[in-house]
Ligand binder design. Sequence first.
Ligand code: ACO
Ligand code: ZN
Length: 167
Amino acid sequence: MQKAVLAKLGEYEIRRCEKEDIPLVIQINMKTLPEHYSEYFYYEILSEFPETFLVAELQGVLVGYIMCRIEYGFSQLKRLALARKGHVVSVAVEEEHRNKGIGTGLILASQGEMSKRSATECYLEVRTSNAQAIALYQRVGYKPTGRLSAYYRDGEGALVMAAPIGK
Ligand code: ACO
Ligand code: ZN
């Protein structure tokens, strides 16, 4: 069966992740990020939030992913308000395919899917030293909303960033 394409960026295509993609998603995560998760965690997120777990591929080869959760709780953007929030748990693109707009494409496509699940904002944590990712998030409308000290295992702090999701 043909897999539904959510966005096209030149030769690259963004589509929903499927169970069979998880081993390759894990491989990309292992290569590109110090934050790893159990295999179970990936399958669990995929089964709970299939709409916002997306992959980018080039001619059938996976080159990136974005994995998100939908949560309900205090808004990152409006004081003391409750909101349905998309949480970008992890996003990565293979090094040789970076700077081609895929990371941006994954973020924007996931926001579109989050809004279908009634999320009005999205947020994420990023290492304070990850200038490239922070610049990308800022370009697509994320603003810093807080800091978490010693958030990562190695002691580095996180910047929390959030963006409203348009209709
Ligand atoms: N041609 C040339 N340059 C382009 C194009 C294009 N068509 N499109 C975008 N660019 C530029 C952008 O302007 C951007 O520049 P900037 O760094 O000044 O903002 C740069 O390319 C990167 O943007 P994208 O190409 O959209 O993003 P990319 O596909 O390179 O992925 C990512 C970005 C995911 C952060 C990647 O660097 C990565 O995987 N890093 C390692 C893992 C990581 O740090 N992930 C985020 C952790 S935080 C978290 O997961 C919540
Ligand atoms: Zn997080």
